[in-house]
Design a protein. Structure first.
Length: 392
């Protein structure tokens, strides 16, 4: 009977098998929070775009902790969250095999950004989508109102079809990102009436989330292509003199059974996986039109959230934004799905009230020394170009 010389736990988690490229670039909400009819109708998710990262300084408000009333520096991720358009309502009927779509009601006028999503080549398309449907509003009592009544009578779940205002984000893409967002709170009739009132209107991020709340983040992670077992699974490197390489698995299984087990570490795709990160704290929701949206009570410098030189590979944040504690999956410019927590979060970190003392806006392209261009000019003086401009 054989034995092994050293005992050790396995390398890498088997929780997310198979480790392959996700089928959908955009984060998919597979479960929405449970409905509570005692609340007012509200949306349960939102879409944003990852701009970059920075850090903040704040005082900890946690009685009994050694950090109570002490300053801490924490990393935050900046998500740009321009308002979303509501384009339609979907009603679902509960069946023994799950939810089934009963009917869909669309808005009369749909944004071009949304229509682009329906075509592979917008330039060559005839652009006839929804031209007939919009004519149904001429006789809406027999068409639109009838479908809304069917949703109220038969459906148990109501969701809205929403899309981003991607023109306000500095991306080359012009197709809007579309998702279904569940409406929670109130009766079915209240949900339908509330959602119908949002047709062709924009919903800001403040209409869904608020500062100090918790949020679930759903996205596809940053892709790294094909990698070996040491990078992909974290296996131990073999001794230096190993023949034919040392970043390998020495034994991938016994002679019999004559197959390789699913739990054996193998080389392959690393990254670009669909992931859900739960319960992230919202430190701040800022307004894009505020010229001092990064100013705090202790740091009275009038500055915006965009660091000097812009966010690396992203640029400037000109719309509403959100500061989320810690990291967020995915590369910058990637669309991020934000969902309300599935269960009420009651531990102390979730209940803590956040008061920011400082938000770092120094350059992220090197060792940033200055928080704003005015601060840089006052310290170093005007540059040659600025002096020549002033003389003119």
């Amino acid at each position: 009977m054989s034995h092994r010389k050293f005992s050790a736990p396995r390398h890498g988690s088997l929780a997310f098998l198979p480790r392959k490229r996700t089928k959908h670039h955009q984060g998919k909400v597979k479960t929405f929070p449970p409905d509570n009819q005692e609340e007012k109708p509200h949306l349960t998710a939102f879409l944003g775009y990852k701009a970059g990262s920075t850090h903040i300084v704040r005082d900890v408000d946690k009685v009994g902790s050694k950090l109570h009333k002490k300053e801490v520096v924490q990393a935050v991720t900046v998500l740009e969250t321009p308002p979303m358009f509501i384009a339609g309502i979907v009603g679902y009927v509960q069946t023994p095999r799950g939810l089934r779509t009963l009917t869909t009601v669309w808005a009369q006028h749909l944004n071009t950004q949304f229509l682009r999503r329906l075509y592979k080549n917008w330039y060559r398309a005839k652009k006839k989508a929804f031209t007939r449907y919009s004519q149904l509003y001429a006789n809406r009592e027999k068409t639109i109102d009838r479908e809304l009544q069917r949703i109220k009578k038969y459906c148990s779940v109501v969701r809205v079809i929403a899309h981003t205002d991607i023109a306000k984000v500095r991306l080359a893409q012009r197709k809007a990102h579309v998702m279904e967002i569940q409406v929670n709170g109130g009766s079915i009739a209240d949900k339908v009436d509330w959602a119908y009132g949002l047709f062709e209107k924009v919903v800001p991020v403040t209409g869904v989330f608020a500062t100090n709340e918790m949020v679930d983040v759903i996205a596809s992670t940053k892709g790294h292509g094909n990698t070996g077992v040491t990078t992909r699974w974290g296996t131990t490197r073999l001794p230096r003199k190993t023949h034919r390489g040392l970043r390998k698995v020495a034994c991938i299984g016994a002679w019999h059974p004559a197959n390789i087990g699913y739990s054996v570490a193998r080389a392959g795709q690393s990254g670009y996986h669909h992931r859900v990160e739960k319960n992230k704290k919202i430190f701040l929701i800022g307004k894009g039109d505020d010229k001092a949206n990064a100013r705090t009570e202790h740091d009275i410098t009038d500055k915006q959230i965009t660091p000097m030189g812009g966010f690396v590979n992203y640029g400037n944040v000109n719309e509403d934004f959100m500061l989320v504690k810690g990291s967020v999956p995915g590369h910058v410019k990637r669309v991020i799905t934000l969902r309300k927590p599935l269960r009420p979060v009651t531990y102390r970190d979730a209940l803590e009230q956040i008061t920011l003392k400082f938000i770092d806006t120094s350059s992220k392209q090197g060792h940033g020394l200055f928080q704003s261009s005015e601060e840089k000019d006052s310290f170093r003086g005007l540059s040659k170009k600025a002096k020549a401009r002033a003389e003119e």
